[in-house]
Design a binder for this molecule. Sequence first.
Ligand code: PSU
Ligand code: MN
Length: 302
Amino acid sequence: MTIPMTYSAEAAAALADGRAIVALESTIITHGMPFPQNVDTARLVEQDVRDSGAVPATIAVMGGRLHIGLEAAELDALGQAQHVAKLSRADLAACIATGGTGATTVAATMIAAHLAGIHVFATGGIGGVHRGAETSFDISADLQELALTPVTVVAAGAKAILDLPKTFEVLETLGVPVIVYGQDSIPAFWSATSDMAAPLRMDDAVQIAASHKMRAAMGLAGGQLVTNPIPAGDEIPAATLAPIIAQALAQADAQKISAKAVTPFLLDRILDLTDGRSLSANIALVRNNARLAAEIAQALLK
Ligand code: PSU
Ligand code: MN
């Protein structure tokens, strides 16, 4: 059986020419940000990748086809579509097989990127271990994917709505390298720093690319997580966010939000409670990650 895949014109050309490519996810478009900022951001992020010397490939499933790169009209349509499925490893194949449409999470985007021969992927923040996971067992499939699929993922850490210490413990257990770019503490999504020490620190894209290649040479399964701090001018201090996150979590609890709905619900509540500041920060950090990912993708070719 062949996988029905559709490549955007620029992704197809870049793959044929062996040029640097950066995969981008689509759940951040459909479930992570409201319209129209979601589409505007997706376009800006694609352009950031181009301006930094690589080619963007936004990944999604549309009408039963796995799209590697979206044309402008497709991105527009996805950004405005209602009730789009949120696809992870568990449901990606089923969506394609049944002719569905869905946005890819970090886990599903990694799988698709790997199938297409793309080694680097930029997003905002990965999923992780939710607070209260000791009773809910809610741990994002993103973590396990990092242990399985050889793609270097650039993110501003894990989303700060999560239990960050538990998230990084699980990554350590799974053998996923967590590389902090340019500082000694793990960034915390909307905030540049945290009190968690960097498991690994690298200060340039060439080192990150070299360790990606070394893992491949050694036959180590899985990818790397590169955590890139939000630019200082765009961050929201952790102390400002703490009560807001607590309030959003209490609302999720009261409304019995569960499973895939948890992360989108919390992001939406925090957007409201910060008067939009969390969205501006989110946009700034994704763009920052896209630029670093483009550098890593180019360094991999050297
Ligand atoms: N980064 C963002 N916003 C998002 C996401 C990432 O800045 O909405 C998405 C990613 O697709 C990630 C998902 O895989 O949130 C995590 O969802 P869950 O916690 O349900 O695994
Ligand atoms: Mn979950």
